[in-house]
Design a protein around this ligand. Structure first.
Ligand code: LMR
Length: 400
């Protein structure tokens, strides 16, 4: 009965890893998926995570019961505190409904499904470009996806004027997806002053912010600084949605641990919103997994472990920043044509190189370097050992 089924395409990001795994070259480098690697090119499990897991395993009173539909309550509280700040008025006034979800993607999907059912405006504006999964998540949730200008290829920076124009002409009440920090794929973020203008415009038009925060602590190395954009929108007393992921900042990629928070106008509304979120979640996957959320809660609630985490997080962020400098220096010393200063100006896990899909294909073919076809490279996948190889490949690609 399935004989007529067509072969589906590989995912534009995860498919890069599939192709990489099939390549037997010893010099191959995977700069596709945004996953942190050490200087030795190995995945990293944070020490503090190992410590938390050991504590959980040694706790004999720990059981494997179902979590509630909304997830681990302690994890939800701590997650809201982490992103909104301990002194957030919205938290103090109990106006935040938080549910544990399957990492960032799951949080976006639950939020999207909730909006499609209960919010009066079904159009969501996403930046152009954005993470490849965003349009699919929201379309399948039942929203209509439109885009707003974000990136200017000429400056390899923010198209701030275009962004303001597009949001100004969005219908009142439309949902707007915002990357909280370290925009994926461009690595280009608004300045604080620009965020303030975006906030004023959005609030004046009653546009509903839906933040995606996948890199808190990863962009600058500071958890508070990377949450600044979000906190500006909470401080004004308005409503918003927030999708949080612990994949990158705790290295818990495969644990699928994240949270969706909806900041509401009152505690009463937050309670009703939570009751509706439960009705979205229960028929999809019943309730979320226990292990990852327990690791996160163990770390966030203990000040010693929290500090240890922030130090390990900062070390990851710093290594990425040093990779930017090394790649920039390597291209400069080769005299590679073009202005490569965007490599050190962009922030977070990715550099949007400006290489086109032909150049990307050439680098895969000739140098066994793997990246997404839009020219995005994961800086977290680079090391001092692989920078010269990448610089040679870029140099060959742009001069061929
Ligand atoms: C990425 O953009 O590489 C990551 O967010 C991983 C993913 O799931 O796409």
């Amino acid at each position: 009965v399935f004989a007529g089924i067509a072969q589906g395409p590989e995912d534009p990001i995860l498919g890069v890893t599939v192709a990489f795994n099939k390549d037997s070259s010893p010099v191959k480098v995977n700069l596709g998926v945004g996953a942190y690697r050490t200087e030795e090119g190995k995945p990293l499990v944070l020490n503090v995570v190992r410590r938390a897991e050991a504590m959980l395993i040694n706790n004999e009173s720990r059981v494997k019961e179902y979590l509630p539909i909304t997830g681990l309550a302690e994890f939800n509280k701590l997650s809201a505190k982490l992103i909104f700040g301990a002194d957030s008025p919205a938290i103090q006034e109990n106006r935040v409904a938080t549910v544990q979800c399957l990492s960032g993607t799951g949080s976006l999907r639950v939020g999207g499904e909730f909006l499609a059912r209960h919010y009066h405006e079904r159009t969501i504006y996403i930046p152009n470009p954005t993470w490849g999964n965003h349009p699919k998540v929201f379309t399948l949730a039942g929203l209509t996806v439109r885009s707003y200008r974000y990136y200017d290829p000429a400056t390899r920076g923010l198209d701030f004027q275009g962004l303001l124009e597009d949001l100004s002409s969005a219908p009142s009440g439309a949902i707007v997806l915002l990357h909280a920090c370290a925009h994926n794929p461009t690595g280009v973020d608004p300045t604080v002053e620009q965020w303030e203008q975006i906030r004023q415009l959005m609030r004046s038009k009653a546009l509903l912010p839906f933040f995606d925060s996948a890199y808190q602590g990863f962009a600058s190395g500071s958890l508070d600084k990377d949450a600044q954009s979000v906190r500006m929108f909470v401080a004004d007393g308005g409503e918003l949605l927030m999708a949080q992921s612990y994949a990158k900042n705790m290295g818990l990629y495969g644990e699928r641990v994240g949270a969706l928070s909806i900041v509401c106008g009152s505690a009463d509304v937050a309670g009703k919103v939570e009751s509706q979120l439960k009705l979205v979640i229960r028929p999809m996957y019943s309730n979320p997994p226990l292990h990852g959320a327990s690791i996160v809660a163990t770390i966030l609630k203990d000040s010693g472990m929290f500090d240890e985490w922030t130090m390990e997080l900062k070390a990851m962020a710093d290594r990425i920043i040093s990779m930017r400098q090394q790649l920039f220096d390597a291209l400069t010393s080769r005299g590679t044509p073009g202005d490569w200063s965007h490599i050190i100006k962009q922030i977070g896990m990715f550099t949007f190189t400006g290489l086109n899909s032909d150049q990307v294909a050439f680098m895969r073919q000739e140098f066994h370097i793997y990246m997404t076809s839009d020219g995005r490279i994961s800086m977290a996948g680079l090391s001092s050992r692989t920078v010269p190889h990448l610089a040679d490949a870029i140099d060959a690609a742009v001069t061929k």
